[in-house]
Write a protein that binds this ligand. Structure first.
Ligand code: BTN
Length: 251
């Protein structure tokens, strides 16, 4: 099934499909401000200005990735859990389509065979102090050919482990799991489940923050999704996803 046929698969969910767009996050943020309903989605076959975390760009050739943004309107109290349930939903959807060797890497990468298969960029929208909602952007490498590029050692496509991945099926599985997790967003279950899946926990890490670099063993995540790192001197450091300039594994 081609992506433009996904409307049929999604039923009544409000959606916009673009063969080419700047960024699905930008378009969904504008739609969010224009009263889009919770659950509305923007999907694109190709992005000319795809954005990643920390101001990075995110690019995939036409037709090779599943790229979409979903508009969610949770309470602002549960904002941190949106990234957690997004990663969990993508991981479960990948498992559904036969890509089984998945783990999660803090803060919100989904890994397949230890390499990054999906990036997540959630952006909140506010009207002054009033929280409007979140544009949750998800990009999954379905059949991107990383070839001999430097990315080949750290990135992977689903097609490398399972052939004939149907992007519409993958999308419907992600949305199914997102709906299920959203129903639990007021509980601590998203965090405890996410924490249990994080390969980062227990690893020696070095995290570059604007003011300092924290080295130690990643010990836990708190309710805000921050990573807690036990330094060699026994003190606990805390890193927020939005602050990190770099995270490297030392083991
Ligand atoms: C990252 O790993 O840095 C996050 C990458 C997020 C990419 C997705 S693709 C769909 C959505 N639209 C964007 O511009 N970015 C996200």
């Amino acid at each position: 099934m081609q992506l433009h046929e996904f409307q049929h698969a999604l039923g009544a969910r409000p959606m916009h499909y673009y063969a080419e767009i700047g960024s699905t996050n930008d378009t969904s943020l504008a739609w969010l401000r224009d009263n889009a309903a919770h659950g509305s989605i923007v999907i694109a076959d190709y992005q000319t200005r795809g954005r990643g975390r920390l101001g990075r760009s995110w690019h995939a050739p036409p037709g090779t990735a599943l790229m979409f943004s979903i508009i969610l309107r949770p309470s602002h109290l549960y904002l941190a859990r949106v990234n957690m349930i997004a990663a969990l939903s993508v991981e479960m959807a990948l498992n559904d389509v036969g890509a089984a060797q998945t783990t999660l890497k803090w803060p919100n990468d989904v890994l397949l065979n230890g390499r990054k298969v999906c990036g997540i960029l959630s952006e909140g929208a506010w009207d002054g102090s009033q929280f409007l909602g979140v544009a949750l952007g998800i990009g999954i490498n379905v059949s991107v050919d990383f070839g001999d590029t430097p990315m080949a050692s750290s990135a992977i496509s689903v097609s490398e482990v399972t052939s004939d991945v149907d992007r519409v099926l993958l999308l419907t599985r992600v949305l199914h799991h997102l709906d299920t997790w959203m129903a639990q967003i007021a509980t601590d279950t998203p965090r405890t489940t996410w924490r249990a899946r994080l390969s980062t926990i227990g690893q020696a890490v070095r995290i570059a923050l604007p003011q300092e670099t924290i080295s130690g063993i990643a010990e836990d995540v708190d309710e805000h999704g921050a990573l807690l790192i036990r330094r060699a001197d026994g003190t606990l450091g805390r890193a927020f996803a939005g602050d990190i300039a770099g995270l490297s594994m030392e083991s």
